[in-house]
Structures are given as structure tokens and as C-alpha cells.
Design a protein around this ligand. Structure first.
Ligand code: SF4
Length: 327
């Protein structure tokens, strides 16, 4: 999902905190950005036209899998760009499974899953975790965002196929000015369709999306809507996880927060290999007000693009009175 969800460096997908797929104990993870090309052209995508021409070769991906397998890594994610437009994706999944990977995730806009035979083929090859980017609440907004007529119907079919097969997909939802006030309604609409897990990504202002600063909401405005969604999830028995929002904005709901950069994620892209903890979107800005915070060592702080837009003010609540982290 080209900026289907804010990319970490330019991608990174990601997950969480309950007994579901977001178990921090499953790390480390190899995250392979196969390439930056996509079958959509989302308005908020960070991937520009020049980037779309860059991709990893099949051989380079196989080598990364070999190297990670030798280090004992057992979780793999294929992301992009849109990984399902790669004809070699099924073969790469099979290869990873043969090399000992126990879990293979594909983070996708999901459109190709509208074709059930393709979805079944990926499952047969060994994909066991599906993340699908949703982009917008209504069908009208969705097609306006992804800029492809007919995509909304494919999105619906994809969700139906994933749910009908018991594949328990994770819906990746982008939080930006046009969506965050509707986050609870957005989630509850998907729950009625059988989706039970949600990851909330804060839109990023990097690369091709750098000039759309107005799309990034203030965290203090966003937080009450997240809390509302968390509380609805607890009552409803489904999972909602937030990324990129520091825990100090969500007191009492820290268990819904996840920072993938602290989970040992190695990212391989067409341009570089790096540890996610070094990602520019992993955070990095810890203002003086962080002193005394019980999460200080496990929080990446505020994202640099956020600070550039809204500053580094933190909530007034005193963190040094908060409960010590359990882990
Ligand atoms: S370390 Fe700083 S940004 Fe992170 S939760 Fe604590 S006060 Fe907030």
C-alpha cells in the first residue's frame, strides 16, 4: 500500500499486543520491501514516480532470506509498494518456508485477493498472515484516495474472501485529518464484515507526501478518538493497536500501543538494509518533558515529521505518576 499506511522508511508494515499476531515474542522479523511499484496511486502515498521503478531482484530477496534464516529469524514480511503485483511472490514465499520461516506475512492493498484462486495459491505457498490497507471509510472516499475506479468492489470481495477462509486479516488503517474522527465507525463497519484486528498508522509527511502537511493531525486531537476506539474494542472483544503515537498521549491505554522499532525488525529495501529502530519514522524526538517517563527506554518518542509540523509539546499529564511498564 504505497503509503497505504505510513511507511517506515518508506514502508514497513507492521503489527501487536494481545494473544494475536502482534506478539512481541515473535520477533525478530525480516521485512522485505520487494519494490515500490503499485497497482494503485494513493493521494497520500510517500512513494514518488522515480521510486516506483526501483525493486529488489528475486535473487537479492532469496539472499536476504538465506542470511536471515542463518541468523535464526523465523518471521518474514513482504511489503512494498504492492507485493502482490510481483509474479515471483508465491515462489519467494515457498522458498522462505523451505528455509525454515515459520510465519510469512504479506502487507497488501488486498485487491488481488478479490480473485479467490490467487488468494488460495498464496495460502498454499505458505502465507499465514494477511495485512490489508483500507485507505478510507466510504467507498467513494476510497476510490478518490486510491485513484482507481472499481477498486472499492475489489476491496469488499477481498475482505469477504479473507474472512470466509478464516485467515483473520489485520486491517491497516491510516490516521489523517480526513479519517481520524471516524476511526471508531470505520473499525466497527469492518467488524460487521468479520475483521477482528486493526492496526492504526499515522500518516507520514515524507518523500512524495512531504508537502501535504495539512493531512497530519495533532496527537492531542487524535488521542480521544483512539481511546474511544480502544474502549469499543475491549467491549467488542476485538483488537485495535496504535503505532506512532507515544503512550503519554494515551494514559490508561498503553497496552494498545506498539512501537515496531523495538521488536528487532530488519528491513531490506531496493536501496538499503537497516534496523527499523534506526528508521526516521520510528520516532527519535524526545523532548525535555520525557524526563521521568516510565516508558523512556522503550519509546521512540515523537516522529521528526510530526515535530516539524506540530512541535514537540506533550500532554500535561505527569508521566512520572504512571504505572511502571509490565515489560
Ligand atoms: S518517552 Fe516521552 S514521548 Fe515517549 S511516552 Fe514517555 S513522555 Fe511520551
Amino acid at each position: 500500500m504505497p503509503n497505504r499506511r505510513p511507511r517506515e522508511p518508506i514502508h514497513l508494515h507492521r503489527r501487536d499486543a494481545t494473544d494475536l499476531a502482534y506478539d512481541p515474542g515473535r520477533v525478530p522479523l525480516l521485512d522485505v520491501v520487494l519494490g515500490y511499484d503499485c497497482n494503485l496511486s494513493c493521494a497520500y502515498c510517500t512513494i514518488g514516480e522515480a521510486m516506483r521503478r526501483r525493486a529488489l531482484s528475486t535473487e537479492r530477496v532469496a539472499r536476504a532470506i538465506d542470511q536471515a534464516a542463518a541468523r535464526g529469524v523465523r518471521d518474514l514480511a513482504f511489503t512494498g509498494g504492492e507485493p502482490t503485483i510481483r509474479d515471483d511472490l508465491p515462489a519467494l514465499v515457498r522458498y522462505a518456508r523451505r528455509r525454515g520461516f515459520e510465519h510469512v506475512k504479506v502487507a497488501s492493498n488486498g485487491l488481488r485477493y478479490a480473485h479467490a484462486a490467487y488468494l488460495d495459491h498464496l495460502v498454499a505457498c505458505g502465507v499465514d498472515r494477511f495485512h490489508v490497507s483500507m485507505h478510507a471509510v466510504s467507498d467513494e472516499d476510497y476510490e478518490a484516495t486510491v485513484r482507481r475506479d472499481g477498486a472499492a468492489a475489489l476491496r469488499h470481495a477481498a475482505i469477504d474472501h479473507l474472512v470466509a477462509r478464516g485467515l483473520d486479516p489485520v486491517a491497516d488503517l491510516i490516521l489523517e485529518e480526513r479519517t481520524y474522527r471516524e476511526i471508531r465507525r470505520w473499525i466497527e463497519g469492518l467488524v460487521t464484515r468479520g475483521v477482528r484486528r486493526f492496526a492504526l498508522w499515522l500518516v507520514s509527511l515524507t518523500d512524495a507526501n512531504a508537502l501535504r502537511a495539512e493531512t497530519l493531525p495533532r496527537l492531542v486531537d487524535l488521542a480521544p478518538h483512539l481511546v474511544d476506539a480502544f474502549e469499543a474494542a475491549r467491549r467488542g472483544g476485538y483488537e485495535v493497536t496504535s503505532l506512532h503515537v507515544p503512550r503519554c498521549f494515551l494514559p490508561g491505554h498503553e497496552d494498545h500501543v506498539r512501537h515496531p522499532g523495538f521488536e528487532g525488525v530488519t528491513v531490506v529495501t531496493p536501496d538499503e538494509v537497516f534496523d527499523l529502530s534506526a528508521s526516521r519514522l520510528g520516532g527519535g524526538v524526545k523532548p525535555a518533558a520525557c524526563a521521568g517517563c516510565p516508558w523512556l527506554e522503550r519509546c521512540p518518542g515523537l516522529r521528526a515529521d510530526y515535530v516539524a509540523r506540530h512541535g514537540d509539546a506533550l500532554p500535561a499529564r505527569r508521566l512520572d505518576t504512571a504505572e511502571e511498564p509490565a515489560r
